[in-house]
Design a protein around this ligand. Structure first.
Ligand code: NDP
Ligand code: HSE
Length: 431
């Protein structure tokens, strides 16, 4: 059952005012860590205090870094916890040693700022429980919509945050790749560019397989629905199965294919999915292109809320992280950004009834079979259909279908496959 997290008694807020600057131990000096160091060493004028980097944990201490020798490097993470810095910034990625070091910092009550969605999605229960038990600030604004500060806002605004569903584009790399492919660039060129620009995960398969999006979705569900779902239990699909022609036909049908996430909860169950979807041009997410991300919070007391901005990239992420550092020091109202230990639940796939974007492939298409009739016999009504095209020796045709249950569509496409030998690739329509 759904339980609202119990109120916790917090120790009084510290409201520190570090005269000699905020000392930061940096775990990771890659794309994000280097940008944090660069911004900390030359902060914008508006920054309230100077920052001081006490050192950075890296794998390779000899490799040259964008910050030159301004930041001391070490491969011994523990050494950065003693003497204790004011804050640690974890920008390592992955599960270990990030988990162990973050837990050690929390045990010593050193405030933690992390951008690591994998850590929070997989070990969130443990890490949040440790932070709550010790009253240690734990901030993770950059873990979702890296350059768009919105999670912390909602942590302090519970009325605005009482909404039952959201949808969004939360992975910058895949949105960038699909936008580039729609402009005739190849998948591999676009992925290489996303890596060069520092958008992609240390292991980019996390982006393209939908794992990063599912992890962010699990964090969002924890934050807003106050329940814990396992990221690997969320239905997640990557973008690898998409063709450039899919993007072309989606545009011709009046929309775009976007890497989306969606979730809804009703106090009993959570439904969620992450994967590419056909987004009609009238939808707020249809115009979120390139590395931009957005989240549409639906059904809040004051109406729907849309947040958008850079979803990845070293500098936007670094700016968010440094603001989190300041908030952790100021200890703004909440010590952690969410309220406590949430209920644990399973997530079910979302949207049993939805419209569909379908690509059929098969030699039989050239003979013009009665696809509308064959699908219609199973209750699937077609809305739009393209002409047949031949690509790489394969005949293909694109369709959209009116809303129907997923099971009905699957049954109809199986019957079509049996009658014609055609294969089908489908993505749902986002409403
Ligand atoms: P990088 O791969 O560029 O950087 C990782 C850094 O961590 C490197 O400096 C690496 O050392 C160090 N590191 C990794 N593993 C170890 C280890 N076992 N021991 C010591 N040092 C280690 O990744 P990013 O900077 O792109 O991403 C870092 C984190 O930020 C990830 O959690 C990512 O999800 C998150 N994030 C990234 C965003 C982006 O736009 N890139 C946006 C929002 C969040 P070395 O340099 O020696 O290899
Ligand atoms: N690889 C991630 C993305 C980084 O592309 O969205 C930001 O979390």
């Amino acid at each position: 059952m759904f339980t609202v997290a119990p109120a916790r008694t917090l120790a009084p807020a510290t409201h520190r005012s570090p005269r000699n600057g905020v000392s930061i131990a940096l775990f990771g000096l890659g794309h994000v860590g280097s940008a944090v160091a660069g911004l900390a060493l030359e902060p914008p004028r508006a920054a309230r205090w100077p920052f001081r980097i006490t050192g950075a944990l890296v794998r390779d201490v000899h490799r040259p870094r964008p910050t030159g020798n301004a930041v001391a490097r070490t491969s011994a993470g523990d050494s950065l916890l003693d003497p204790a810095p004011d804050v640690i910034v974890e920008a390592l990625g992955g599960l270990e040693p990030a988990r162990t070091l973050v837990l050690k910092a929390i045990e010593r009550r050193i405030p933690v700022v992390t951008a690591n969605k994998s850590l929070l999605a997989v070990h969130g229960d443990e890490v949040f429980a440790a932070a709550a038990a010790t009253g240690t600030p734990l901030r993770y604004e950059a873990a979702v919509l890296a350059g768009v500060p919105f999670l912390g806002t909602f942590a302090r605004r519970r009325i605005a945050a009482s909404f039952p569903s959201f949808c969004g584009v939360v992975n910058g790399t895949t949105n960038f790749i699909l936008t580039e492919m729609a402009a005739s660039r190849s998948y591999s060129e676009a992925l290489a560019d996303a890596q060069r620009r520092g958008f992609a995960e240390p292991d980019p398969s996390n982006d393209v397989l939908g794992i990063d999006a599912a992890q962010k979705l699990a964090i969002l569900i924890r934050h807003f629905a106050q329940c814990s779902v396992r990221a690997d239990a969320i239905e997640a699909t990557g973008i690898a199965g998409l063709w450039a022609r899919d993007l072309h036909h989606a545009a011709a049908f009046g929309g775009a294919i976007k890497p989306v996430v969606a979730a809804a909860w009703d106090g009993v169950e959570v439904t969620a999915f992450a994967g590419p979807a056909f987004v009609p041009s009238s939808h707020a997410l249809a115009r979120i292109d390139g590395v931009q991300n957005a989240i549409l919070l639906r059904g809040a007391p004051g109406g729907d809320l849309l947040f958008a901005g850079p979803g990845a990239g070293p500098l936007p992420t670094a700016a968010t992280i440094l603001d989190d550092v300041v908030e952790a020091i100021e200890d703004v109202e909440t010590r952690t950004m969410d309220g406590g230990i949430p209920d644990v639940r399973a997530a079910r796939p979302e949207a049993p009834v939805t419209g569909w974007f379908i690509r059929l492939t098969g030699a039989a298409l050239a003979a013009g079979p009665d696809i509308s009739g064959l699908l219609g016999a199973h209750g699937v009504r077609l809305r739009r259909a393209s002409e047949e095209e031949v690509h790489d020796g394969r005949t293909a045709q694109w369709l959209t279908a009116y809303p129907c249950e997923r099971r009905r569509l699957e049954t109809a496409l199986c019957a079509l496959g049996a009658a014609t030998g055609c294969d089908a690739f489908c993505v749902r329509e986002l409403t």
